[in-house]
Design a protein around this ligand. Structure first.
Ligand SMILES: [Zn+2]
Ligand SMILES: [Zn+2]
Length: 116
């Protein structure tokens, strides 16, 4: 193989590798850690916490296009708005964002138990 052809080949392979990595960065990852059960939400009105799947959220905005960009209405009371959060695996407390415990680990701001 002559030298310049070899260089060209390396350049092409390099470009392909870059293209491939950019493509995999841009394309949405079909990650499996998105559980089917959905995200935890809590109603700001009735205080009910519930798990709402992405399908339900999509269905809500399809049925209520005027609500796009605003929080979803509570499926329980239909009045309040729900805000996303997390559920404490230890005691089932609902919280918006994890607190950091004294040892620096993320923890539940309600009961102080460490999060996995
Ligand atoms: Zn509600
Ligand atoms: Zn808790």
């Amino acid at each position: 193989m002559n030298k310049s052809l070899q260089v060209k080949l390396i350049l092409i392979l390099g470009a392909l590798a870059i293209l491939y990595s950019v493509k995999s960065l841009l394309s949405p990852t079909q990650s499996s850690d998105f559980s089917d059960k959905g995200t935890w939400y809590r109603c700001q009105s009735c205080g009910q916490s519930m798990q709402i799947s992405l399908d339900e959220v999509t269905a809500f905005y399809q049925a209520n296009p005027d609500r796009n960009g605003t929080p979803m209405a509570c499926p329980e009371c239909k009045i309040g708005l729900v805000s996303p959060g997390q559920k404490c695996p230890e005691n089932g407390c609902f919280f918006g964002s994890a607190a950091s415990l004294q040892d620096g680990r993320p923890g539940c701001p309600q009961c102080g138990s460490a999060l996995p």
